[in-house]
Design a protein around this ligand. Sequence first.
Ligand SMILES: N=c1c2ncn([C@@H]3O[C@H](COP(=O)(O)OP(=O)(O)OP(=O)(O)O)[C@@H](O)[C@H]3O)c2ncn1[C@@H]1O[C@H](COP(=O)(O)O)[C@@H](O)[C@H]1O
Length: 108
Amino acid sequence: MASFSLSDLEATIRERARSGDPDSWTAKLFATGMDKAAQKLGEEAVETVIAAVKGDTKAVISESADLLYHWLVVLAIAGVSLEDVLGELEQRTGRSGVAEKASRSQPG
Ligand SMILES: N=c1c2ncn([C@@H]3O[C@H](COP(=O)(O)OP(=O)(O)OP(=O)(O)O)[C@@H](O)[C@H]3O)c2ncn1[C@@H]1O[C@H](COP(=O)(O)O)[C@@H](O)[C@H]1O
């Protein structure tokens, strides 16, 4: 089990964004803004999908790592914390996705 934490990566991203370091990809993404960061997130999502459909396990892992990193960058630019998303997921715990979808189509 990896000891790496998404929360630590979120903290690193915030620190690198503030640094303005010209060698920092994170700082570059923050400087170019949401459109570019969101575009990168979309590209990484598509690359992950392609790897999954191909059954390329190594690429699924690598592209998923790219995806999660760029997702955290987009969250940070959007002013949303990892904690906010985890809280939303926590609220959904134990609620079947099928039942939730069905409840959305109920009138009223
Ligand atoms: N996890 C990552 C991470 N994952 C991907 N990337 C960078 O994201 C960039 C874009 O990735 P792409 O795969 O799209 O690369 P590309 O050059 O566009 O190539 P194509 O696939 O489009 O052909 C590359 O420069 C990657 O190095 C990352 N950059 C940084 N981090 C983390 O953020 C920390 C701070 O990084 P800096 O901000 O760069 O100091 C690092 O220590 C890491 O922990």
